[in-house]
Design a protein around this ligand. Structure first.
Ligand code: PHE
Length: 375
């Protein structure tokens, strides 16, 4: 029981009050306590309890004042106690009523909703795009500028799109180069499913949907069974490119690639291509760029061997080629009428080269100390 409650339980003489002037402080205390109680009555049940504490007929605070202070008061005090009590009662009754009305109309804010404007603000760290996404964007912008558009494809593919329609039949040895993740499917599933090993399946899906001219790039994640080390990861990123039309030549192909490489690494780099092999391109090439870090000399500025190209002066960039006519057969294009080129750029490698990163794993670890370096 609080001191206040205790006080209303005792006659005034026991509180040492004999003169009317001494009453003001006593009633002011009570009013303060009432106001504090009132602020805590936030819902119907706490309001009822609050009302009973103050207005309860037998033991409410006002009833106690009447019984213990007013009734036994000396004639000298009686008038003043009566007057102060009436003032307090008027205040109590009107406040209790308006609190009830506020709770009823739902305008009463709950303690949880109340805003404490003195609290310091919440500072939320602002994220940034991952470096891989930034490099995607950079490359997309370059190809947008020459009329390519972006398409997206599924990461779970059928062997038909990932292999067969790309001219890689079931027992073709290049399948061995793409150690593949197959999904565990229930017995009797209509087809095998796998995580795409490259973005090339989207060449097929795009040509199935669209007649030439086709000019698309396909950014995305690809998967191969690889043991993680500084240059290998079982998940990585590629951008596929495909251009098919009635008059696309090998010159359009090399010109496009050269434009891209110069935009990406700077105008002074040179490109070269070497013969290569992909079942879905013919001829196939491997594109190299003159090492942008030693200006194609193989020698670092400090004198030693360039650490980026290991002294080779050239850096292997990506695979590409003219679309193999056999592929057109899978998408109902007439190989006599159309021609085109395709390329598959490994994004992680390109990002590592451009930004001097020596471990591919940092792309996947999401350590903010790494991410913050590329805001
Ligand atoms: N899909 C090939 C790979 O992942 C790259 C490529 C794409 C080559 C398009 C030629 C044309 O290795």
């Amino acid at each position: 029981m609080s001191a206040q409650e205790n006080k209303t339980g005792l006659p005034l003489v026991h509180l040492g009050i004999t003169r009317p002037e001494e009453l003001s402080a006593l009633f002011a205390d009570l009013r303060g306590r009432f106001n504090a109680d009132c602020a805590c009555a936030l819902d119907e049940s706490s309001w009822k309890q609050f009302r009973d504490t103050w207005l309860g007929r037998k033991s409410g605070v006002l009833a106690q004042i009447t019984d213990n202070w007013l009734k036994p008061a000396t004639p000298e005090l009686k008038r003043a106690v009566g007057q102060q009590l009436n003032e307090l009662r008027a205040h109590v009754e009107s406040q209790i009523e308006s609190r009830r009305a506020a709770i009823e109309t739902g305008t009463e804010e709950t303690a949880r909703d109340r805003v404490d404007l003195s609290l310091p603000g919440v500072i939320r760290p602002v994220g940034s795009r991952h470096l891989v996404r930034q490099v995607f964007q950079e490359i997309e912008d370059i190809f947008f500028s020459i009329g390519f558009s972006v398409v997206d494809g599924p990461e779970i593919e059928t062997p038909y799109y990932n292999f067969e329609a790309l001219n890689i039949p079931e027992f073709h040895p290049v399948r061995d180069d793409m150690d593949t993740f197959y999904l565990d499917l229930p017995k009797g599933a209509p087809t095998l499913l796998l995580l795409r090993t490259h973005t090339s399946p989207m060449q097929i899906r795009t040509m199935e949907k669209q007649k030439p001219p086709v000019r698309v790039i396909v950014p995305g994640k690809v998967y191969r069974r690889d043991n993680p080390d500084a240059t290998h990861s079982f998940a990585f990123h590629q951008i596929e490119g495909l251009a098919v039309d009635t008059d696309i030549t090998f010159c359009d192909f090399t010109g496009t690639i050269e434009y891209f490489v110069k935009q990406f690494f700077g105008p002074s780099v040179k490109t070269r291509f070497r013969p290569s092999y992909f079942p879905f391109t013919e001829p196939s090439v491997e594109f190299d760029v003159s090492c942008p870090f030693c200006a194609g000399t193989g020698t670092a500025a400090s004198g030693g061997t360039c650490s980026k190209c290991k002294g080779a002066a050239w850096i292997e960039l990506f695979g590409a080629g003219m679309v193999d006519p056999a592929v057109y057969g899978f998408v109902n294009y007439d190989p006599k009428k159309v021609s085109g080129f395709a390329f598959g750029i490994g994004i992680d490698r390109l990002a590592m080269l451009k930004y001097g990163i020596d471990d591919i794993q940092v792309f996947f670890q999401n350590d903010v100390r790494f991410l913050r370096q590329f805001p």
